[in-house]
Design a protein around this ligand. Structure first.
Ligand code: UGA
Length: 431
């Protein structure tokens, strides 16, 4: 099939490269000229495992083309996949302007019948609205499907080929069959439903996973107060098959471009529809507090942060990505600096991204975890990059200053060993 993919973000670019490698002819569009120039040279503008190899293979076989012009993408194509950003606005609404711009272009420029597939995360009800407002006015017949993505950043290529399910929301069987054709080489259940339900599946999945994280963080906070250990509690809860072991890792809470945006987005959609989603509001509140709580722990342990040096390990919102959007580390660093601390931050790939977000005369960066510890009173492990898991703690102790505080924001360090070595160790919910 000839497929146009609009947007080369995490979802659009992964979809474009994977579909090209499945033998489809893909035309990929983004209005960011810099990105297109890089992609044409075979360089991916994001850090995503396995994606550059896929891109290079697709380019060598001539199955993928990049352009900043949307016009050619709407000619001689069977399908247009919309994968543009739907960021949160300041008041928590979902910004639909990029999606609406693409819909406008489609009705202006489409000259042959085509199928529009929505992969951007859009509020339930959007598909029906787009069909009514835009696609029903097109000069040619346009069929529509919601086909949400469940790809994780850093694991997106693996997730594409190993997804638990493919959700297809359409109003007719013919469109559903066309969308299924995209995934002919993927062995996963393909579930068809109406458009609005498919849109809801995406929000509900992310909100549920966020709920699991906030729930386990609350249990961890309670463990600290009653003297239990989350290390014992979480795995035992997860062994109940009705609960499952995933997303029960207590720590600094969730970040990234998806969970924060989708939870606040769903909260806004609920209020807009006259529904007070109290559980979801609490999930969001717990996640925000988790970041404040860690600053409080550091402040208490160091007495006062003024003139104290804190090394922060990990800037990206999770390992294996350079994405710092809504990253707990970034928020926490802002708090630490506001409290008077001097911060030296370390990350294998995300330093440039943070420099793009903010700089401060009491914030330095270093890619070497040992160097960040020099003269520091405390280390905060904010992101569990593998680079931070097997370090020489004798060397680190020699570089640090009293009280040799280690705050393990992800519960991944060996607390007993560190304590025996003379570090003051604080985790999240560890007794
Ligand atoms: C998430 C979903 O997992 C994907 O299925 C979805 O497609 C994607 O959002 C999206 O909507 O596009 P992602 O944001 O890449 O994917 O990250 P996750 O791996 O789900 O982690 C999210 C956050 O939760 C991270 O900050 C991570 O550190 C945190 N987390 C995760 C915990 O704090 N505890 C856990 O047990 C698991």
């Amino acid at each position: 099939m000839n497929i146009s993919v609009i947007g080369t973000g995490y979802i659009g670019l992964v979809a474009a490269c994977c579909l090209a490698n499945s033998g489809h002819q893909v035309f990929s569009v983004d209005k960011d000229l810099d990105k297109i120039e890089k992609l044409n040279r075979g360089v991916i503008p994001i850090y995503e495992e396995g994606l550059e190899t896929l891109l290079n293979k697709a380019q060598q076989s001539g199955k993928i083309t990049f352009s900043s012009e949307i016009g050619p993408a709407l000619i001689n194509t069977d399908m247009v996949i919309i994968a543009v950003g739907t960021p949160a606005t300041a008041d928590g609404r979902v910004d639909m302007s990029y999606v609406n711009d693409v819909a406008e272009s489609i009705i202006d420029l489409a000259a042959y019948p085509l199928t529009v597939i929505m992969k951007s995360t859009v509020p339930p009800g959007t598909g029906k609205l787009l069909c009514k407002r835009f696609f029903s006015r097109a000069k040619v017949p346009i069929s529509y499907s919601s086909n949400p993505e469940f790809l994780r950043e850093g694991k997106a290529v693996w997730d594409w080929y190993n997804t638990d399910r493919i959700v297809i929301g359409t109003e007719n069987q013919e469109t559903a069959e066309k969308v299924m054709e995209l995934y002919r080489d993927i062995d996963a259940p393909k579930i068809c439903m109406d458009i609005t339900s498919a849109e809801m599946v995406k929000y509900a999945s992310n909100a549920f996973l966020a709920t699991k994280i906030s729930f386990i963080n609350e249990i961890a906070n309670l463990c600290e107060r009653v003297g239990a250990s989350i290390d014992a509690v979480a795995p035992a809860i997860g062994m109940d098959q009705r609960i499952g072991p995933h997303f029960l890792q207590a720590g600094l809470g969730y970040g990234g471009s998806c969970f924060p945006k989708d939870t606040t987005g769903l909260d806004y959609i609920s209020s807009f529809n006259g529904y007070h989603f109290s559980l979801l509001k609490s999930v969001i509140e717990v996640n925000t507090n988790q970041r404040v709580m860690i600053v409080r722990k550091i402040t208490q342990a160091l007495d006062d942060l003024h003139d104290k040096k804190v090394a922060v390990w990990g800037l990206s919102f999770k390992p294996d990505t350079d994405d710092v959007r809504e990253a707990p580390a970034v928020d926490i660093i802002k708090h630490l600096i506001a409290e008077g601390a001097h911060v030296v931050a370390c990350d294998p790939v995300a330093i440039d991204q943070v420099k793009g977000v903010f700089t401060h005369n009491r914030l330095d960066f270093n890619t070497n975890p040992y160097e960040t510890c020099r003269e520091s009173n405390a280390i905060l492990l904010a992101t569990e990059w593998s680079q931070f898991l097997n370090l020489d703690w004798i060397r680190i102790k020699g570089l640090m200053k009293s009280p040799y505080l280690v705050i393990d924001g992800r519960n991944v360090l060996d607390d007993k060993t560190l304590q025996n070595m003379g570090f003051s160790y604080i985790g999240v919910g560890r007794s």
